[in-house]
Design a protein around this ligand. Structure first.
Ligand SMILES: C[S@@+](CC[C@H](N)C(=O)[O-])C[C@H]1O[C@@H](n2cnc3c(N)ncnc32)[C@H](O)[C@@H]1O
Length: 368
């Protein structure tokens, strides 16, 4: 085995990643440790631009090569391709050999890709949130604009089936369960009931992203799948189902450098009876402070001028200014806070609607 000649700062990053980001994933722990011990593998990080360089990116690049069907014994460790081998003493050597055999493709990914995901588990909260908005506004025909939509899979929120577990009880929302349709399981924490029934429908929908994923492009969608960790077969399967449904439905997703320009144009085209809803999930962290302040100002104006309702699912630090942090149910750890903003007379009304797991594995409904 090669020995590092001197400490590479990336080695510490990989060891920390193994300890804090993926401690429950034995394969990624073993790969991160093997990378940390190998100057040759650590050197791969030099190919990634500073803004993208992180262990996740190399892990996704390796996974993409496995999903692409590379023939190599390293693939035996990957559950995503039915591998059953547990990490063992041979893994570091096999990993190095695999990386050498795939070096051109790995370099290309590191130079050009980012760890982009599209998580439909969040629709387990988006669905009741839309129900709440229909109830709040008294309008059943909604028009959904997904800001930072990635592949636009959350635009299919009304086509998925949701199964909620509340204590010992279970209830369902959304479309009927069918074998080819994603079923999203979610624990409903706390005592609150789901929002009052309202027969809403999505009359229009549009996704916008500076870097959209084309659901018809097999390379782009394989990269999306590679960003899901190999042990997580539930997410992997529902991603494939959602991609298949999006290919048939052909939801409009537009590339836009400034998605708010596109939003403003879109709002002008909407029939008056539709209720426009702007949704973003795990997007605002990509905005610099100035751009975020500008976005908030522009959205406040669009709320006044177009009756836009803004549903935002982000880290709690990105909640609307002045909104108090709601209490979390016992046992849950703070992650995604769902907030709603709209223009009420001349002021902006804002409420916290829900806490949730970042991938929608649980929701704590707060909405009135
Ligand atoms: C973590 S992904 C979340 C994707 C999707 N919203 C979801 O919940 O699965 C972040 C997305 O934000 C997009 N993004 C980055 N900068 C953006 C910007 N300035 N405006 C809109 N979207 C942006 C990225 O391209 C990426 O698709």
């Amino acid at each position: 085995m090669e020995q590092p000649k001197q400490a590479d700062p990336w080695a510490a990053v990989y060891r920390r990643f193994a300890a804090t980001e993926c401690p429950h994933d034995p394969l990624y722990v073993a790969i991160c440790q093997a990378v940390a011990d190998s100057p040759e593998l650590l050197a791969l990080m030099r190919h990634a631009p500073a803004t993208q360089a992180k262990p996740n990116l190399l892990l996704a690049a390796l996974h993409e090569r496995v999903l692409a069907g590379a023939k190599h014994p390293l693939t035996d460790y990957f559950p995503s391709t039915a591998g059953e081998r547990m990490p063992d003493a041979q893994l570091p050597e096999l990993l190095l050999d695999f990386a050498r055999s795939q070096s051109a493709e790995l370099r290309m990914h590191l130079q050009s890709r980012s760890t982009q995901t599209n998580e439909i588990g969040r629709c387990a909260v988006l669905w009741p949130a839309l129900q709440h908005i229909a109830h709040l506004t008294g309008r059943q025909d909604l028009a959904l604009f997904d800001l930072g939509s990635s592949a636009g899979l959350n635009l299919g929120v009304d086509a998925y089936h949701y199964r909620y577990l509340q204590g010992e009880a279970c209830f369902s929302l959304g479309a009927d369960a069918q074998p080819e349709r994603p079923t999203i399981d979610c624990r409903w924490l706390g005592e609150a009931a789901p929002p009052a029934a309202s027969a809403w429908r999505l009359a229009q929908r549009l996704g916008a992203d500076p870097c959209p994923v084309d659901v018809h492009d097999p390379h782009a969608t394989r990269w999306l799948a590679a960003c899901v960790w190999p042990h997580d077969q539930v997410r992997a399967q529902r991603l494939q189902q959602a991609l298949q449904m999006a290919r048939s439905a052909d939801y409009a997703v537009r590339r836009a450098t400034d998605c708010l320009d596109l939003l403003e144009e879109w709002l002008k085209t909407l029939p008056a009876q539709l209720q426009p809803v702007l949704f973003n999930s795990w997007v605002l962290a990509y905005f610099e402070a100035d751009a975020l302040a500008d976005l908030r100002q522009r959205l406040a104006r669009l709320q006044r001028e177009h009756g836009l309702v803004w549903l935002s699912a982000e880290a709690p630090s990105l909640r609307p200014e002045g909104l108090a942090l709601p209490a979390l149910a016992g046992g849950a750890s703070a992650s995604t806070l769902w907030t709603l903003q709209w223009a009420a007379q001349d002021v902006t009304a804002q409420v916290a609607l829900a806490w949730s797991h970042p991938h929608g594995a649980w929701v704590q409904w707060l909405g009135p």
